[in-house]
Design a binder for this molecule. Structure first.
Ligand code: RIB
Length: 292
């Protein structure tokens, strides 16, 4: 069984559905309100577990009701919680999501996720050393992303860095990460001044740009390759990127080639958008393989 460590955020998503997205200074009447587990790190951990990996979450929650619910959700999905620490006097991270007009808008309040510091990860670096692959995103402090990149590089453990939400990265982090999976906007922040073609060519088999409905693009050392996504009727696109990243990481850790890994990841992501909530539609391994 592939062992995956996820260093990242675990939050509660507060989701409003509305026929219209309010503009600045505007109030609109919504349709529904739900709270569901989310956070990019937690989403990737749950997605990897549903795909059959042995997953260790490294993160922090608040000592509040949401923190307890987040931990319970990990347990129900078979994610190890030994390294998810409740932080006293701190609120759990929350994501305030509006689903309107076929897309989402999100404001994240990091809360306890800011306590996922280099010192916190350092205490449990054996988990990283024993993993087949590590996943990290950018809802934890920038110093932690740098620390984990250096650590994985030193230990020879592959690191998949999902640079979401967008934040400029040091050249050191880009060099040390094994794989980077920006969307088009994140790629423009990361490789400011380079065209998409130049960025892909500079990092062959390392940078994988996700282009939504078009698919995923990378440079294989000789040419650009576009692995197309699958068309589905989308109910909620929240968490599609997280499902993609988890499935891609699991497939790579299993030794699959890039193209096959990306096909599996695209398929998993396409299934994830067919149900409400970041984790609601995340498929099992059987569901992905059965639909390929
Ligand atoms: O990637 C989707 C996630 O981003 C949501 O679950 C929300 O928590 C935000 O952080």
């Amino acid at each position: 069984m592939i062992k995956v460590a996820v260093v990242g955020s675990a939050s509660m998503d507060l989701v409003v559905t509305s026929p219209k997205r309010p503009g600045a200074g505007e109030t609109v009447l919504g349709e529904s309100f739900k709270t569901v587990p989310g956070g990019k790190g937690a989403n990737q951990a749950v997605a990897a577990a549903r795909l059959g990996a042995d997953v260790y979450m490294i993160g922090c929650v608040g000592d509040d009701h949401y923190g307890k619910a987040i931990l319970q959700n990990f347990k129900e999905n078979g994610v190890h919680t030994d390294y998810v620490e409740p932080v006293t006097q701190t609120k759990s991270g929350t994501a305030h999501i509006i689903l309107a007009e076929g897309d989402n808008s999100i404001v994240v309040v990091k809360g306890a996720n800011d306590h996922v510091t280099p010192a916190y990860v350092e205490k449990i670096q054996h988990v990283i050393r024993e993993s087949d692959i590590v996943l990290i995103q950018q809802e934890v402090p920038e110093e932690t992303v740098e620390y984990v990149s250096n650590l994985c590089h030193k230990l020879g453990v592959p690191l998949l860095l999902n640079p979401a939400p967008a934040r400029a990265l040091s050249e050191n982090i880009i060099e040390k990460a094994t794989y980077l999976t920006p969307n088009e906007h994140e790629a423009s922040v990361l490789f400011n001044g380079l065209s998409r073609e130049e960025a892909l060519k500079r990092y062959p088999n390392k940078v994988f740009i996700t282009e939504g409905k078009r698919g995923v693009r990378y440079y294989d050392g000789e040419k650009e390759v576009l692995v197309p996504s699958y068309e589905v009727e989308a109910v909620d696109t929240t968490g599609a990127g997280d499902t993609f990243n988890a499935a891609f990481a699991v497939a790579l850790a299993e030794g699959k080639k890039f193209k096959e890994s990306l096909q599996l990841a695209n398929r998993a992501a396409s299934l994830s958008v067919t149900k409400f909530g970041a984790q609601g539609g995340m498929p099992t391994r059987e569901e992905v393989e059965g639909s390929l």
